[in-house]
Design a protein. Structure first.
Length: 51
């Protein structure tokens, strides 16, 4: 199993709380975001999300 070092995309804080499924909330600024990786079980093509 791979461990990820998740940080808030808004403030950069590492104090992240997992709420449900892939939903996470920053404990510092309250920003709500979804953390999704290819290992999350989805078989969709992620190429459309490349920056």
């Amino acid at each position: 199993m791979t461990s990820f070092d998740i940080k808030c995309p808004k403030c950069g804080s590492h104090t992240i709380e997992k709420l449900k499924n892939q939903e996470h909330q920053c404990s510092k600024c309250g920003y709500l975001f979804y953390f999704v990786t290819p290992q999350c079980g989805s078989q969709y093509d992620f190429s459309r999300y490349e920056l």
